[in-house]
Design a binder for this molecule. Structure first.
Ligand code: SAM
Length: 393
């Protein structure tokens, strides 16, 4: 959208949207809800409540921008604009129509509707999305004489419908692209860990950059890069844009100030703080390129090495391993052997360190042969995973 278009939209708006605290929901991989609530608390957003698959909180515009810029574990931040009981199409249409969409969308803007439905009379998300879109455009056409169009790929406003037990919550998706798209991943390797999940894993280990972190199976480098972002106090959203930047109430001055603050907080990593290793050269090259894109040229060190050759430097630190676990890579007996070797290497080479293994295969995890001192449940999409902690004295 051009600047002129944006200004025109603003002046033609019937009413300014007041900057009052609004109910928000940050969607989070299951298992990482408490971490995301703590992240919001650290940003000064009080009262965040962790629930299943997300965190509810209330914040003003500045809080919303901060949450998008700084949340490491959340996949999107939704801002609630309506809520009503809904047991059928008429109620849905009336409930959506009752929201004053003219404050949020002008006829020259585009929109898309995402739906998730659970335990409700309305069962077809495609139908709910269509009905919602009809009510929105009808309301705007009635007030303005023309209607916005639909753009599912890159809409100005993404509407989110959450229908749970016949209660419909209507929100705007302030993030746009999911927050795991930080902007540093250049290509995909075979089984990259989602950035938000990698950030959750690092947070669960309690690592804060005060000691080394090593990933002996780093693949495309997601864990080392997320660790570097954390230790370097880099806002994970610094390299991307957000849905709220296209909204009518977008406060560019405020946004620029928050971005400037975030840029000023960045610090350089000490040498040897974060290292990654892998036997796959192609993945390593990609990891190195991703790290440069993320702003860590020469700061994260990647080594081409078989697990057998892995030897972390330093007396203590955190080693995080995300081995293949059969559901997406490998799927054969070799994996049992690999898990045995992971246990062996951790025991023999990582004395004084704390080891963590993230796997979606509990059967394979048994082959590590060490006693886990803690187990965290995390979901990688639909796959239930365990993050296992090993004290390697
Ligand atoms: C599930 S992937 C890790 C994905 C990574 N966390 C990411 O985000 O891209 C597992 C990685 O282990 C590596 N790997 C498998 N066996 C290995 C071995 N024996 N030694 C070193 N690396 C190995 C693979 O090359 C692969 O990159």
């Amino acid at each position: 959208m051009s600047d002129v278009q944006h200004i025109l939209r603003k002046v033609s708006r019937p009413d300014p949207l007041p900057d009052v605290p609004r109910d928000c929901f940050a969607a989070v991989p299951r298992g990482a809800e408490e971490i995301a609530a703590a992240e919001l608390g650290a940003m000064g957003i009080q009262g965040a409540r962790a629930g299943r698959g997300g965190v509810s909180f209330s914040c003003d515009r500045s809080g919303l921008y901060r949450a998008n810029l700084w949340l490491r574990c959340a996949s999107r931040v939704l801002v609630q604009v309506g809520m009503f009981p809904c047991t059928g199409p008429e109620e849905l249409y009336a409930g959506i129509y009752a929201i004053d969409w003219t404050l949020l969308i002008t006829p020259d803007m585009t929109l898309a509707v995402d739906c998730n439905l659970r335990d409700s009379a309305l069962k077809h998300s495609g139908f709910v999305a269509l009905k919602t879109k009809d009510a929105v455009v009808d309301r705007i056409r009635a007030a303005c004489g023309s209607r916005p169009s639909v753009n599912t790929a890159a809409p100005d406003v993404r509407i989110n419908i959450h229908l749970l037990k016949n209660i419909c919550t209507v929100s705007l998706d302030s993030s746009g692209d999911p927050l795991d798209r930080r902007g540093y991943r250049l290509e995909r390797t075979e089984a990259p860990l989602r950035e938000t999940l990698a950030a959750a894993v690092i947070a669960l280990t309690g690592w804060n950059g005060s000691m080394p972190l090593a990933d002996p199976m780093c693949g495309s480098g997601t864990i080392p890069i997320e660790a570097a972002l954390l230790a370097g106090q880099v806002a994970p959203g610094l390299q991307r844009s957000f849905g709220f930047e296209r909204w009518l109430d977008f406060d560019e001055k405020l946004w620029r100030r928050l971005v400037k603050e975030a840029e000023n907080s960045v610090r350089k990593l000490p040498v040897g703080l974060v290292t990654g290793y892998d036997r796959d050269n192609r993945a390593l090259k990609l990891a190195a390129r991703n790290a440069v894109k993320a702003g860590f040229e020469g700061q994260i060190h990647f080594f081409h090495a078989e697990l057998e050759a892995f030897q972390p430097e330093g007396e203590n630190g955190v080693v995080i391993i995300n081995p293949p676990y059969g559901k997406r890579l490998g799927e054969d007996d070799d994996l049992r052997e690999l898990y045995c070797r992971i246990g062996d290497i951790m025991k023999k080479r990582c004395r004084g360190w704390t080891g963590y293994v993230l796997t979606g295969n509990l059967e394979l995890a048994k082959y590590i042969g060490l006693k886990a001192s803690r187990r965290f449940v995390l979901f990688n999409g639909p796959i239930e995973c365990r993050l296992l902690k090993y004290e390697l004295y």
